[in-house]
Design a protein around this ligand. Structure first.
Ligand SMILES: NC(=O)c1ccc[n+]([C@@H]2O[C@H](COP(=O)([O-])OP(=O)(O)OC[C@H]3O[C@@H](n4cnc5c(N)ncnc54)[C@H](O)[C@@H]3O)[C@@H](O)[C@H]2O)c1
Length: 381
């Protein structure tokens, strides 16, 4: 092993097996695949697997999460990487449009960024593609009739739901909290917003780390489920008044805003685990008249000091915490190997014409789920 990327590639057993197969079957021969996905070691393993399958891969990252070593490694291995790490939405928009300028036959999207922009300037040869996330599915479902190409939503595979969203994100958000703050969770009051797959995994993982966890969830049925799972389900403001660590995992915008400044307690830690950095309205909070000072620390901790001297700590600037801060690791290799094996198999199915025009923004076919599950059980024996 010479680098972390080599370590990750070596441990992605599913992707390694798929790459060995693709080297012979060449499912993407003469095709261009365009991607806009977090560029970090595990996506390197995925993109190089697609390349081994014969594709020209044109790729850019997501906002704020691009890792320079990943970009360097991809470029050295023949992937066209557009742009570099950026937190500037306009710059990011330009990178995405440059990926689309290559008129990829297949799009591997993360958050719906590429498919949504494709509609601004559609081109004939797009066969379809995949979407990785909940947030992307919500965005693209509204555009179904315009997209009219097969788009398989990897997020909606049961495998992604339990392996990544629930188990892996819970673990990596806990790992990120420990890594960035170096503080203990024992006995701390944690408030989780959202009780979807991601929120329930975070709640369970922090409880297993001896925190006292409460949940705020809009949907009363899920709120009831959280209660049955043993979490407190306080009224929103009551929860915020006592919480020492607040974690958003909703896929919604403005979950925590300047309107909450009066109820947040001194030294509260705010963390976002949702895909977009809009769950915590960071800029509006920082610009509020009750804020005396904002200091962006070097290690992913922003300190917001209020005029009444209370301090609020924000991790990773409100961006997805498990890909932020010093030496971010993201979700576990196993969970991403599973999700990316689904990606590779879905793109293969679309390239082979095995997904039809009615399959626009639909879950991964059960035959692919079964194939990937069996392969994992076999290869990780
Ligand atoms: N950090 C990661 O590595 C990672 C991995 C996978 C998914 N995600 C992201 O995490 C987010 C959540 O994913 P999910 O699969 O759990 O989604 P989900 O839709 O299953 O669950 C979100 C829940 O949040 C609730 N909600 C919405 N607005 C709320 C609010 N203002 N207050 C309280 N509850 C609210 C909804 O009712 C829903 O139950 C998405 O943005 C997704 O893209 C992050």
């Amino acid at each position: 092993m010479t680098s972390r990327i080599d370590w990750v590639r070596g441990n992605c057993r599913l992707l390694r097996a798929i790459a060995a197969e693709f080297a012979t079957t060449q499912p993407f021969r003469d095709l261009t695949i365009g991607t806009g996905i977090h560029l970090e070691p595990k996506t390197v393993a995925l993109l190089l697997t697609l390349k081994t399958g014969g594709a020209r891969v044109v790729s850019t990252g997501n906002l704020n999460s691009t890792q320079p070593e990943a970009v360097e490694y991809l470029r050295a291995n023949g992937v066209d990487v557009v742009g570099d790490r950026t937190t500037d939405e306009r710059e990011h928009d330009e990178y995405l449009r440059r990926v689309l300028a290559a008129e990829p036959h297949l799009i591997l999207d993360n958050g719906g960024d590429l498919f949504a922009r494709y509609l601004d300037q559609p081109y004939e040869r797009l066969l379809g593609g995949t979407e990785e996330t909940t947030s992307g599915r919500m965005r693209l479902a509204k555009l179904r009739s315009d997209l009219s190409r097969p788009i398989l939503v990897v997020n909606d595979s049961p495998i992604k739901q339990f392996a990544e969203n629930r188990h892996a994100v819970g673990q990596s958000v806990l790992e990120s909290f420990l890594r960035i703050t170096n503080r203990a969770t024992n006995g701390r009051k944690v408030l989780v917003f959202g009780y979807g797959s991601v929120g329930r995994g975070i709640a369970a993982t922090f409880r297993s780390a001896y925190a006292s966890v409460a949940v705020i969830e809009r949907d009363p049925v899920l709120r009831l489920e959280a209660s049955f799972d043993g979490f407190q389900v306080p009224e929103r403001d009551a929860g915020l008044t006592t919480a020492e660590i607040v974690i958003t995992a909703t896929g919604a915008v403005d979950v925590i805003t300047e309107a909450d400044l009066d109820v947040l307690r001194d030294r509260v830690v705010l963390i976002n685990a949702g895909h977009f950095p809009a769950e915590i309205a960071v800029e509006r909070i920082a610009a509020d008249a009750r804020v005396a000072q904002r200091q962006d620390g070097p290690d992913g901790i922003t300190t917001i000091t209020l005029t009444d001297r209370r301090e609020i700590y924000l991790l990773a600037g409100g961006h997805m915490v498990n890909l932020g801060g010093p030496r971010p690791l993201g979700n576990s290799i196993e969970s991403m190997d599973l999700g990316f094996a689904l990606q590779a198999r879905c793109l293969e199915a679309i390239a082979a014409g095995r997904a039809g025009p009615d399959d626009v923004v639909v879950p991964v076919p059960s035959s692919i789920n079964a194939m990937v599950a069996e392969a994992f059980l076999e290869l990780y024996r």
